[in-house]
Design a protein around this ligand. Sequence first.
Ligand SMILES: [Mn+2]
Length: 658
Amino acid sequence: MSNHFDRLKKNIFTIILGEIALMILVHWLFRQPTYWLDVILIVLNMILIVAVFELFDSVLAKRNLALTKIIGEEASQAFVFGNIGLLTYDSNLTVTWANDFLVSRFENIIGKQISVWLPETQALFNSEAELVTVTVDEYTYEIAKKEEGQTLYFKDITAQHVMKELSTNQQMVLGYIHLDNYEETALYSDDKTTGQIDTNIRQRIIEWARSQGILVRRLRTNRLMLVLNQQLFENLIQDNFSIMNTVHEEAAKLDVAITLSIGFGKGSNDVQTLDEMALNALELAQSRGGDQIAIKAYDQEVEYLGGSSQAQEKRSKVRARIIGQTLKDLIHKSDNVILVGHKEMDFDSMGSAIAMNNIVRSNGKDAFIVMAGGIEEKLQRAFNEYEEELKKTCVFIDETQIAKTALPKSLVIMLDHHNASQSSVPNLITKSKRVVVIDHHRRNQDFTFDPMMVYTETAASSCCELVTELIPYQSKHIELTKEEATMVLTGVVIDTNRFRNRTGSRTFEVASLLKQCGADPLKADEFLKDDFATFELKAKLFHSMSVDEHGLAIASLPNESVSRSIMSQVADSMLSIKEVEAAFVVARDDDQVAVSARSNGNVNVHVIMEKMNGGGHFAAAGLQRSNTTVSEVLAELKAVLQHSVDEEDKINESHSVE
Ligand SMILES: [Mn+2]
């Protein structure tokens, strides 16, 4: 249409130019005024003006006709009244016509290329969406496309949009803060330290909350409640929950093991639901090792923040002392103690059972070590060699002997695991009313039984380390035999991959204590040697290994069955290669497919495995699945890794922009 007017303008201009030229020519030829020509030209121009008006009138009529054709006369009035815009476009997505409402909102709307002007509408044109929301200047519009015919409808929803944003921002958020290890620390600290904890840590949290505009109330000495809204919550996310770092720093200055676990509930208008969600989130944050934030939004999966720093040696000896004393009391109140490891018993399970056996016996009670649910090959070899010596101090029982050993007041101690299903004797765990859990694995789900005491320390190298540490807190002096000490040491050696991973100063303290009892490190090394078949299997895995430019290494075997311990050993060895940041081994273990993931500390493999419904620690994680193939799991792993690399890039990009 605009072309049409352009042509018309050009034509009129040409006619006027022609008239002037003609007048000059006639004046020059006749050298006197030519009134007849002036009269002719004036009449001609009048005709021209009338013609142009006529043309405009007819175009306007056509336009109105088009409008009424599309929306009807009355409806068109209603559209203007209801702030509804309407436009038509041609096959090039160029605006050919717009109603008065749109013309008043957008300058020079006719002739605009829609896809350039409002890129969001692309989704309408390729049928990805039926409705798009677009904000231009201070107005927000909902835009829909007419099924047939090249027409777009605009609905001004600015008011609703503002209201919605306002109400979302005002939505209530509930939070609970728990000071991890506060009670234990306060119990065994002098008054001065306790006072400092109160001013430097507890008071700082309250000040932080107030400065953020949050209502904060102390519920118990170690628990605070937060009341805020969505907008304030967004601010906390922007602020990266700086309070977590403040508490880290202050706790380090005071040399105490206090960290924060925070749970949030949001996205519901029901306060009781919010409360429940916040408490559950807190429970999850704590059970994952504390020092992190869990956010539960209504109808959504729990999100975790923090906990991305590898568990430092932040646990306090105070806790070991309390656990040691509580355990002593529990043992005294029990008829006897049954020590249970996990299925496919390994050196850590066995070693910690042997150490615990000594603690129980020093307290004058009988202890029984359950041998059921399979045993690892190397451990079996070591056990055969030491059997005679070990049986002088330990009583080993199999599944059939449990019935007559378990008494109403037997204490069952689960070692190196915390799930009944992983236990070598799941029935005993679920039936028993007196269960203690001692483990160094991160908890990722609720207990299916009701434990009397739980001692999980994810920062500890091994269960052997945790149990050995309890020895000095027993009233009687305990000395392990040379063979016992060697078995316990082997548990530490294998779980730390020869003092490489998760090895803290307390790991060496434990090793030193074991050495004093005569532990033989060379023997431990010998126990861990491979036979030829294992060596061959490992070599095959190494042969399949590839490393990408991000240092992510993957090894896999599609057909052979590889035990989980071999997978983790291979993953550990892959980390000894300079370029490798994280190692993943995918293989079949009997009828399951398993992934063993290890990291040198720069990559959080726990988060990666969690995305595939696995679990573990920052630097060591894994998963196992039934009814699948190695290649399927491998493909999924590669997709997840690619996704995390992309995410990382995005984060790096946004940082470099800053
Ligand atoms: Mn272990």
